[in-house]
Design a protein around this ligand. Structure first.
Ligand SMILES: Cc1cc2nc3c(=O)[nH]c(=O)nc-3n(C[C@H](O)[C@H](O)[C@H](O)COP(=O)(O)OP(=O)(O)OC[C@H]3O[C@@H](n4cnc5c(N)ncnc54)[C@H](O)[C@@H]3O)c2cc1C
Length: 380
């Protein structure tokens, strides 16, 4: 079967690997002109993605994650208020991406190619890439939370803003005196204030090294934002372009960066403020809930954040993408003739499975005082 995938990020790569393994002829079309880099900062990698990487990416937990021992909560003065064991493997988006990329034959990914539409018929699907059309049996939309392919399938549907944003940044461990950061090393450290949550943890270096001294701190500062004008300002980049959900590192406006720095100095424990102030290229992501009305329609299937975007506190986005990929490959035998029926069955089952995960996120967020409750799954 010829399978085209829109989007060469985590979900697209995972789907390409499983479908390639089961004998499909797979190609990824990624709109970015070059391989992706530094898209997502630090990520906790849950069991399913870790197992997927061990199986498909030839990487073990020890190779791509920094061990974490404690989850420590501190107050505004830096005093410890709660301390519990924490064993989550913290990695980076880059480490997961490179692990997936390194096993997929290079020629399977076409960069600088945006899928702009498609037409389905009884025998296949014509996929539009600019002015050209490519014929395939199946199109997989792995084009993220703001999926334009999902909008083509379900024009009335849009993800809902969860009521808060995440300011994020990465800074080298080596930029600080060992003493000044000793309490943060190999711990996940958090600070909560009304309507906001700050967290920091170590992640591997950009080249994947996890050696002490070469690692990086990843920080996230979740803050409620109910003012639509302020939200618009957060999502306006330095060139004045307003984005739907995020602004990449290096693109925040000077005004946003100085607001961030001022708030950090005024509101955060000193050990955290030093991380924010030392960050050269902070970035911002607005938090959305999304659950596509269906995960397949005809010969088009949706995976990853395009199908369902869960809150980041569940730390499950990459693992969910891995599970989407495995289940989709199981559903699509290479010699299947009833592709549309198989995708419909897969969609019904997979959508039901992820709904509980979708609901867990707002509960966790509410326990931190963040965001608005989930509007019923149908409106998420
Ligand atoms: C603040 C925050 C923290 C998070 N923390 C964690 C965590 O700790 N653990 C975890 O597992 N997950 C975490 N996640 C979620 C995780 O990053 C995502 O779930 C995961 O990366 C899957 O993304 P994706 O591949 O579906 O979509 P994306 O990464 O958005 O990729 C979509 C890709 O499609 C391409 N594209 C878009 N349109 C087209 C088109 N028409 N044609 C061709 N290409 C196209 C884009 O260029 C992009 O490369 C977090 C997310 C956020 C916002």
């Amino acid at each position: 079967m010829k399978v085209i995938i829109a989007g060469g990020s985590i979900a697209g790569l995972a789907a390409a690997l499983t479908l390639d393994c089961t004998g499909h002829d797979v190609e990824i079309y990624e709109r970015s002109a070059t391989p992706l880099r530094g898209q997502g900062g630090g990520v906790a990698v849950l069991r399913r993605m870790m197992a997927f990487l061990e199986q498909h990416g030839h990487h073990s937990r020890a190779m791509i994650s920094v061990p974490t021992r404690r989850r420590r909560w501190i107050d505004r003065d830096g005093a410890l208020t709660r301390d519990e064991p924490e064993m989550l493997p913290f990695s980076s988006w880059d480490a997961v991406y490179h692990s997936l990329c390194s096993t997929l034959p290079h020629e399977r990914i076409r960069y600088g190619q945006t899928i702009t539409g498609f037409n389905q018929d009884a025998d296949g699907i014509d996929i539009h890439v600019g002015k050209c059309a490519v014929r395939a049996d199946v199109l997989i939309a792995a084009d993220g939370t703001g999926s334009t392919l999902r909008t083509r399938l379900f024009p009335g549907y849009a993800p809902s803003f969860a009521g808060y944003i995440a300011w994020r940044g990465i800074v080298d461990e080596a930029d600080f005196d060992a003493e000044a950061i000793a309490v943060l090393v190999e711990n996940m450290t958090l600070h909560k204030a009304p309507g906001e949550l700050f967290m920091a943890f170590l992640i591997p270096a950009l080249d994947g090294s996890v050696a002490p001294g070469s690692r990086r701190f990843n920080w996230l500062w979740y803050r409620n934002e109910t003012d639509t004008e302020a939200l618009r300002r957060h999502l306006t980049d330095r060139a004045g372009t307003v984005h739907h959900a995020s602004i990449h590192a290096g693109q925040l406006s000077d005004r946003s960066v100085s607001t961030l720095r001022q708030l950090a100095s005024e509101r955060l424990p000193a050990v955290f403020a030093q991380l924010v102030l030392a960050t050269r290229a902070p970035f911002v992501q607005a938090i959305f809930d999304a659950l596509s009305p269906d995960f397949a329609q005809g010969r088009v299937a949706l995976v990853g954040d395009a199908a369902c975007t869960v809150r980041p506190h569940t730390a499950s986005g990459t693992s969910k993408a891995a599970a989407d990929a495995v289940s989709l490959a199981q559903a699509l035998a290479p010699d299947a003739t009833d592709v549309v029926q198989r995708l419909a069955d897969w969609s019904a089952q997979r959508r039901a499975e992820v709904t509980s995960l979708l609901e867990k996120g707002p509960q966790l967020a509410a326990s931190f005082g963040l965001g608005s409750p989930l509007r019923g799954p149908e409106q998420a």
